[in-house]
Design a protein around this ligand. Structure first.
Ligand SMILES: NC(=O)c1ccc[n+]([C@@H]2O[C@H](COP(=O)([O-])OP(=O)(O)OC[C@H]3O[C@@H](n4cnc5c(N)ncnc54)[C@H](OP(=O)(O)O)[C@@H]3O)[C@@H](O)[C@H]2O)c1
Length: 300
């Protein structure tokens, strides 16, 4: 297959490229720094700065993961604009370009997040559920999904990936927690009761491959392990995996004072379940957090 990726240089994208290169697929990554693509994604992966560079080269699939990091810094007005433009405007450009081509790919798999549901509190959430609250992250995900879905009018199958927290030792959320936890400064956020839908990077890659290749897969899929945990249980499990205490809570008022509305991402959560993936026959390699952490953080 010839697959076009946006966000191919990111945490998930790099691992996807490694996986698909091994399977012999032809890969193109649309990037702000195309000259770095081969070094980041693998030799043989082509980097392009403009979609027009592809002209009418046939494409089988498009995977759309680009977006400025959402939890890195407070959501000031300028940050919100960047988060919006790097997902919604980029996806608009992508879909308009797909519409302009005479040959269309069979599938567009486009990013989203469990944040689409807002803060779900204690409710188990699957893909039939409506959003529970309407914070900025939920609005961003809703607009991202709606924009990608416009490709359906072009006869393209659209898959929407509502991703949980991707666990990898190479980057993302887990890597950022390692230093404080190794120093014994880790612990729950707020009261720690909020649900954390997590997923091992290996399962994230396997399920993207699965959804791209399944001709019947379309619409939203929760990309998270079947056993979400509460934040305090995540902190305990990570402390155990690193053989460190994990008892120092980060008080909710401090998080709210320092992070503003971004704190809702850390103090809220979703008991999201991968109901549609499991119904489609996808099998998770890592369903339990302890096994995922043991795989990612082997004891030395
Ligand atoms: N990792 C998670 O836990 C998680 C959870 C839920 C949802 N997601 C979503 O899934 C997607 C992929 O996640 P990831 O962890 O692989 O992301 P990542 O490592 O942060 O990479 C995202 C990619 O987006 C592109 N990008 C960054 N800032 C941009 C900007 N201002 N304008 C245009 N493009 C920009 C970059 O590609 P170039 O530099 O090549 O342009 C970057 O490699 C993201 O959109 C993320 O929101 C991730």
């Amino acid at each position: 297959m010839h697959i076009l990726l946006t966000g191919g240089t990111g945490l998930i994208g790099r691992a996807l490229c490694r996986h698909w290169l091994q399977q012999g697929h032809q890969l193109t990554v649309w990037s702000r720094t195309p000259e770095r693509v081969a070094a980041l994604c693998g030799e043989g992966v082509r980097g392009i700065a403009q979609l027009e560079e592809l002209a009418e080269t046939p494409l089988d699939a498009v995977v759309n993961l680009a977006g400025a990091p959402i939890a890195d810094r407070p959501w000031t007005r300028a940050r919100r604009q960047l988060l919006w433009a790097s997902r919604i405007q980029l996806t608009e450009t992508l879909v308009a370009w797909l519409a302009s081509r005479s040959s269309k790919p069979a599938v567009l798999l486009s990013g989203s997040a469990v944040g689409w549901y807002g803060d779900g509190g204690e409710r188990p959430l699957d893909e039939d559920d409506a959003p529970v609250t309407d914070d900025f992250a939920a609005q961003l995900c809703a607009a991202w999904e709606e924009t990608a879905l416009r490709a359906e009018a072009e006869g393209i199958r659209v898959v929407l990936l509502r991703t949980g927290l991707v666990l990898s030792a190479e980057g993302g959320f887990l890597k950022r927690l390692l230093l404080p936890f190794r120093l014994g400064l880790g612990g729950p956020l707020g009261d720690g009761r909020q649900w954390m839908p997590w997923i091992h990077l290996a399962d994230q890659i396997a399920l993207i491959d699965f959804l791209v290749q399944q001709p019947e897969a379309r619409g939203p899929y929760n990309a998270c392990a079947p056993q979400p945990v509460r934040n305090r249980d995540f902190a305990k499990a990570l402390g155990r995996a690193l053989k460190r205490p994990a008892v120092l809570p980060a008080p909710a008022f401090l998080l709210r004072a320092g992070l503003g509305e971004l704190a809702v991402l850390l103090l809220g959560g979703q008991q999201a379940l991968p109901t549609r993936l499991q119904a489609a026959g996808f099998r998770f390699r890592f369903s339990e957090l302890e096994a995922a952490l043991a795989d990612l953080l082997p004891s030395r």
